[in-house]
Design a protein around this ligand. Structure first.
Ligand code: IPM
Ligand code: MG
Length: 345
């Protein structure tokens, strides 16, 4: 069976790291006999340039028909004050494909430990997953801006909370069996419902421990004792903030992948970092987050666990061997890093 993968290279360093990710995919596919077909589509600033919209209709149609979607990066200073911005494409594709579950693994690479802003003893054993609700909450409520007042509506239905909670518990079952649900229950009605649903869902997973944390203290724990987290689940806005906080623990954004899942449609995989316009086109971007996004795709969308593990091990080995791009203290180019990872497969 041929798996259909839609690729959205986007802007800035996007096309360079996408090329790297696809080279690794090609090399692994040969080893594991994975049959796939690629379809490249315009998205983000590239979508605006091609079709006047960051998510052109033709891109959306292809994405809906895909078995999985790989996205590299979007955004460009050229659109900073434009009426239509690349980021709108991101929100639109999340909503259109119902990608309600955003998964961001946070782990420390042995070879990069020294880059973490935290002291060595604080990052010892850090290995957790942020599960962010991605299609509800304040992001998608009404945004009302008047001359001298403004309002943003935060809406959650119990069902929206339940499905992200189920995702978090399922992930926890395959890991450390602990869920930390984060809310602001001492103030917000949506958070009171959030906590109630979390407690209900927990009953179906007796092997998993549930703890609740308020978002402000969770932000502190993430810096003072991040090793205590296993699976962190939270609403859209808190997840946006906390996932950025968590992403600095490994000391670089350049190595972190993510996945966004719907209930039954195609999932989308992307690096957590942006399009880095300052280094675009120079061939020096770190391709690892894109390459690890390919690994996540192989595992989550296609059940190709061996292929995924092969990529992850090759990345570990390459970093351990001291092949490092500029952002992580080395001099390797994107092409050199990619070639080294392929050689280590
Ligand atoms: C992210 C980004 C987006 C978000 C922006 C670009 C709209 O920060 O994916 O975390 O806030 O969700
Ligand atoms: Mg964000």
């Amino acid at each position: 069976m041929t798996h259909k993968i839609v690729t959205l290279a986007g802007d800035g360093i996007g096309p360079e790291i996408m090329a790297a990710g696809l080279q690794v995919l090609e090399a692994v596919a040969e080893k594991i006999d994975f049959d796939y077909a690629l379809e490249a589509k315009a998205f983000g600033g590239a979508g605006i340039d091609a079709a006047g919209h960051p998510l052109p209709q033709d891109t959306l149609d292809a994405a809906k028909e895909a078995d999985a979607i790989l996205l590299a990066a979007i955004g460009s200073p050229q659109y900073d004050n434009a009426p239509v911005r690349p980021e709108q494409g991101l929100l639109a594709i999340r909503k259109e494909l119902n990608l309600f579950a955003n998964i961001r693994p946070v782990k420390i690479f042995d070879a990069l430990k020294h880059l973490s802003p935290l002291k060595a003893e604080r990052i010892e054993g850090v290995d957790f997953v942020v599960v962010r609700e991605l299609t509800g909450g304040i992001y998608f409520g009404d945004h009302i801006l008047e001359v001298d007042k403004a309002r943003d509506i935060n809406d959650y239905s119990a069902e929206e909370i339940r499905r992200i909670m189920v995702k978090a518990f399922e992930i926890a079952q395959g890991r450390g069996k602990k869920v930390t649900s984060i809310d602001k229950q001492n103030v917000l009605a949506t958070s009171k419902l959030w906590r109630q649903v979390a407690d209900e869902v927990a009953k179906d997973y007796p092997d998993v421990t549930l703890e609740h944390q308020l978002v402000d203290s969770a932000a502190m724990i993430m810096i003072t004792n991040p090793a205590r987290f296993d699976v962190v689940v939270t609403e859209n806005l808190f997840g946006d903030i906390l996932s950025d906080e968590s992403s600095v623990l490994p000391g670089t954004l350049g190595v972190m992948p993510s996945a966004s899942h719907s209930a039954d449609g195609p999932s989308l995989y992307e690096p957590i970092h942006g399009s880095a316009p300052d280094i675009a086109g120079q061939g020096v971007a770190n391709p690892i987050s894109m390459i690890l996004s390919v690994a996540m795709m192989l595992r989550d969308s296609f059940g190709e666990n061996a292929g995924a593990a092969m990529i992850e091990k090759a990345v570990d080995a390459t970093l351990a061997a001291g092949v490092l791009t500029r952002d992580i203290g080395g001099t390797a180019s994107t092409a050199e890093m990619t070639a080294a990872i392929i050689a280590n497969l």
